[in-house]
Design a protein around this ligand. Structure first.
Ligand SMILES: Cc1cc2nc3c(=O)[nH]c(=O)nc-3n(C[C@H](O)[C@H](O)[C@H](O)COP(=O)(O)OP(=O)(O)OC[C@H]3O[C@@H](n4cnc5c(N)ncnc54)[C@H](O)[C@@H]3O)c2cc1C
Length: 224
């Protein structure tokens, strides 16, 4: 990742108010979190009410990419220019304090706000869909059948600039009040990680297929 990336833009919408020492406008840190994350929570207002929808996503340089059926409410709303807030969270651990009050979680998260723009042009749309597939498993887009014209027509592909955005993270152990440190209550951190399990071949897989390179490189175990 280039070392001289410009900072994220902090506005009234993205300024972290609580525990600002845990916040950052470091673009490289935001990209690292987005590249490691798997699920984006996409928030927007529909018919006057808030909606938050979990979605796959990808990152192409300074753009966060989303895709959805063109007919879906999400695609129609975002393509019409509705403001959107996308958050991605990595959960790193459960923080157990002596007091109930100071229980917490270790995490790294990013919030991006702005307006998503539909990507036009077949080549650009295909490239964006490759990024989305490769975000699931790196290198996978080169192995899968690409979208045909009908599939492309049905799919909205949207790009949200990663600019007005914020990073927040918590690391370390519990922070108990001094008067609680002597309590006979266990305190500490339970680390959490997201790991790939053993890949399960589809029941109707063509017999005798070797393990795909993308899975091997990704480190997913395979049943023989
Ligand atoms: C990990 C993950 C990744 C996904 N990736 C994509 C993606 O890349 N593109 C995509 O189009 N869809 C994706 N989905 C599905 C997505 O969450 C929505 O279900 C779908 O986009 C919209 O469905 P809809 O048009 O029926 O819902 P909408 O009309 O948008 O929503 C109607 C109501 O249905 C309910 N609803 C919709 N989705 C969910 C949900 N996931 N869980 C619980 N309640 C729900 C809510 O109450 C919502 O208000 C993903 C889901 C998950 C969990």
């Amino acid at each position: 990742m280039p070392a001289d990336l410009p900072p994220l833009t902090t506005t009234d919408r993205t300024r972290v108010r609580r525990a600002p020492a845990r916040a950052s406008d470091d673009r490289a840190e935001a990209y690292a979190i987005l590249d490691e994350g798997r699920v984006a929570h996409v928030g927007f207002v529909s018919e006057g009410a808030p909606v938050v929808i979990p979605m796959a996503y990808g990152r192409d340089r300074d753009r966060l990419l989303l895709h959805a059926a063109r007919a879906s409410r999400l695609a129609r709303t975002l393509a019409a220019g509705a403001p959107v807030c996308v958050t991605v969270t990595l959960l790193d651990g459960m923080v157990l304090a002596r007091s109930a009050f100071h229980h917490s979680m270790n995490y790294r998260s990013v919030a991006v706000v702005g307006t998503a723009v539909p990507i036009a042009g077949e080549a650009e749309r295909r490239a964006a869909l490759d990024v989305l597939v490769d975000h699931l498993v790196p290198g996978r887009s080169a192995e899968a059948r690409r979208a045909n014209r009908a599939e492309l027509r049905q799919t909205e592909v949207l790009a949200l600039p990663i600019d007005e955005a914020s990073v927040k993270r918590r690391t370390g152990g519990p922070v108990d009040d001094p008067e609680d440190l002597g309590l006979a209550v266990w305190a500490g951190v339970v680390p959490l990680t997201c790991v790939a399990g053993v890949a399960q071949p589809a029941d109707d897989l063509v017999p005798g297929l070797p393990a795909p390179a993308a899975l091997i490189q990704w480190g997913a175990g395979l049943t023989s």
